[in-house]
Design a protein around this ligand. Structure first.
Ligand code: C5P
Length: 397
């Protein structure tokens, strides 16, 4: 069970093609232990059926303000009172307009109007409908009222056009819901994170690099953001989007990563070095592509890259430093040695074959008190446990 287990959420579905993603969102929420109720507008039921949503949520689905199953005929009160969050996905332009105008003529808009809990909207509409000044006015008014917006995103739309208005994917909305419920353990802290590999050019097409998807570093950035931190993420070349709400600086080489870290580190309280930095770079990369020729062997003249983490940890007043170590064997021994050598308070270690490119990982933390296995789990979940551990260490300092 993740950090949202036991939370009480109402998922509202309005009319839009993106309603099919709501089925996936319901599955993710239920799988993670959320107590889920579903309510749909009449238009919503045209895109995905109440039967589907009932099967996925394991609960009766509500569509009618006059539902006879609610004993006192107060469905809008009954269904909203015990909820901690209402998520409308998809939220159509029409529904957003209704909410902004305070209209409450059907079950879902009445539920939103009568709620005492937070409201998150995941808009989904055609690009011109999203750009329409009336929609933009409505969105601005709802934001002012404290409504949380999840998206929309830019991209291909079901209508064949391209632009803003596409609903976020189910996983992205789920991620934002997890963020909503995360305890603000790092509120007000400034966190600097490095992630992904670095690429050291040999010639204009060839590079020396490390295998690293960047997934773990990005998960740590999300977890720190969700914990209330202001996050700067220095990312090597990875094919990952976002994370939203994080300052992202893209770099290629270790020297570029070092420069970005040097620039950002005076303004940070916590430095988490997840990047798989290349230890060496080619001394003089060729300006033109090296031709194969006849030689049977090729020698590259390498020089050492700066150890970014060790440099940060050796600063006069260093931030709280966390290192990552990917080992192929003798995990504990290598991890403890590395932590001592780099003089850092906390090191997260994993075995390479368990982590590379995967969505799951298995991590053990090493600090002054010894080894703390975080167990096996999704990288997002392990990142949350890491943030908890960091917050606990900072609290006792
Ligand atoms: O490569 P190594 O196992 O020493 O990496 C351990 C930690 O040091 C990682 O957190 C990594 O991000 C960091 N590191 C670094 N600069 C390097 C090499 C490693 O910041 N040149």
């Amino acid at each position: 069970m993740t950090g949202v287990g036991g939370r009480r959420v109402l998922l509202g579905i309005t009319g839009g093609v993106a309603a099919y993603k709501a089925a996936d969102l319901a599955r993710l929420l239920v799988k993670s232990g959320v107590d889920l109720r579903v309510a749909m507008t009449e238009a919503g039921t045209r895109f995905v059926t109440p039967v589907t949503m009932q099967a996925l949520s394991g609960q009766p689905v509500y569509t009618d303000l006059w539902d006879p199953r609610i004993p006192d005929n107060m469905a809008h009160i009954e269904l909203s009172r015990d909820r901690e969050l209402i998520v409308i996905a998809p939220a159509s332009a029409d529904f957003i307009g209704k909410l902004a105008g305070g209209l409450a003529g059907d079950l879902l808009s009445t539920l939103c109007s009568a709620r005492r809990c937070a409201l998150m909207l995941a808009p989904a509409m055609n690009v011109e409908m999203w750009r329409n000044p009336a929609t933009q006015r409505n969105v601005a008014a709802l934001r002012d009222d404290g409504v949380i917006f999840a998206g929309p995103a830019d991209g291909d739309q079901a209508c064949g056009e391209t632009g803003m208005g596409r609903m976020l994917e189910a996983g992205e909305i789920f991620d934002l819901i997890q963020g909503f419920f995360a305890p603000r353990l790092l509120q007000g802290r400034r966190v600097l994170i490095t992630a992904g590999p670095t690429e050291e050019p040999i010639d204009p097409v060839r590079v020396i690099t490390n295998s690293s998807s960047g997934k773990m570093g990005f998960a740590v950035a999300r977890a720190a953001r969700d914990a209330g931190a202001r996050v700067t993420l220095v990312a090597g070349p990875v094919s990952l989007d976002g994370p939203a709400g994080v300052i992202r600086i893209n770099v290629r080489t270790a020297e570029e990563m070092f420069a970005a870290v040097q620039n950002a580190v005076p303004d940070c309280d916590i430095f988490i070095s997840v990047a798989a930095v290349a230890d060496y770079r080619v001394k003089r990369p060729a300006t033109q592509k090296i031709k194969k020729g006849n030689q049977r062997a090729l020698t590259l003249d390498l020089e050492e890259n700066p150890d970014i983490l060790a440099w940060v940890a050796a600063r006069p007043r260093p931030p709280f430093c966390v290192g990552f170590a990917a080992e192929s064997e003798n995990l504990a021994e290598h991890a403890m040695e590395k932590r001592a050598k780099k003089r850092i308070p906390l090191l997260a270690a994993n075995l390479v074959h368990e982590a590379l490119g995967a969505d799951d990982n298995s991590i053990t933390l090493f600090d002054d008190r010894g080894a703390h296995p975080l167990g096996r789990g999704a990288k997002g979940e392990l990142a949350r446990r890491l943030v908890e551990h960091i917050a606990a260490m900072l609290d006792v300092k």
